[in-house]
Ligand binder design. Structure first.
Ligand SMILES: Nc1ncnc2c1ncn2[C@@H]1O[C@H](COP(=O)(O)OP(=O)(O)OP(=O)(O)O)[C@@H](O)[C@H]1O
Ligand SMILES: [Mg+2]
Length: 231
């Protein structure tokens, strides 16, 4: 579904991503793991085209999208839920969702009903301002907005960060539903090992901008965890 080949990225002099090779397979949840500041968010921004790259390729469904502007990535069905959510706080829930619909490549007029099935709270709160929602509800709104694109590929950057446990569990159920029932491919950036173990299929561990280990989550050994993840 998505392949990254020999990718390098620099912030000015600082070499942030080093020779990244990675593959996300269709209908699977691939977890990008690693400690703070190792380059996880940078990698997601590069995939979204929000940051340029100095070398390497990003291939989506066999097409080279390395140079495709971010606005065109929604039209090729890549959804993105950034770290910290970035919903519009002064707009209502409904308006935030309408913005998601605007990016839909199939030109749908109404929100896909599935978002209210997955997140019933958003229906109840549709007239509330985004900024008046709890952190967890904002995260649900950000995911719902991304799902309005009807993505085939969805990037979630630490969706459970700073959120109450019951909502984190619901988000986990949504990830399972998307991958297992809908065959949507998910790239999950995640630092919490139990969540990655529960919902992930494959993993890549980043350390100082390089992939230091990868494989199927079921083979993630205690040794690797001790070395590269803070638990
Ligand atoms: N806009 C920027 N300009 C310069 N350096 C940056 C910029 N954004 C991030 N960095 C640096 O790049 C490195 C990787 O940052 P990044 O945000 O990708 O890490 P991360 O793995 O997502 O961390 P976290 O787990 O805290 O979210 C860090 O050293 C960070 O300070
Ligand atoms: Mg980050």
């Amino acid at each position: 579904m998505l392949k990254i080949e020999n990718l390098n990225q620099y912030y000015k002099q600082s070499h942030t991503l080093r020779d990244i090779n990675l593959e996300c397979k269709k209908g699977r949840c691939t977890c990008i793991m690693g400690r703070n500041g190792v380059g996880k968010t940078t990698l997601s921004k590069v995939i979204m085209g929000l940051l340029g790259t100095q070398s390497g390729k990003i291939i989506f469904k066999g097409k080279d999208i390395t140079k495709l502007p971010p606005s065109d990535r929604a039209s090729i069905a890549i959804g993105y839920v950034p770290q910290g959510r970035e919903i519009f706080s002064s707009l209502t829930v409904k308006e935030n969702i309408q913005i998601g619909i605007l990016g839909n490549r199939n030109k749908i007029k109404k929100a896909p009903q599935i978002i209210y099935k997955l997140f019933p709270v958003l229906k109840e709160m549709q007239n509330r301002k985004g900024g008046d929602l709890s952190g967890g509800q904002q995260q649900q709104l950000a995911i719902a907005r991304a799902l309005c694109l009807e993505p085939e590929f969805l990037i979630l950057d630490e969706p459970g960060e700073g959120i109450q446990p019951n909502i984190v569990r619901q988000i986990g159920d949504v990830i399972d539903y998307l991958t297992k029932e809908k065959q949507i491919t998910v790239l999950l950036i995640e630092q919490k090992l139990p969540f990655a173990r529960r919902h992930g299929d494959d993993f890549y561990i980043l350390d100082r901008g390089s992939v230091t280990a990868n494989g199927e989550i079921k083979d993630l050994s205690d040794e690797i965890i001790k070395q590269y993840l803070s638990v």
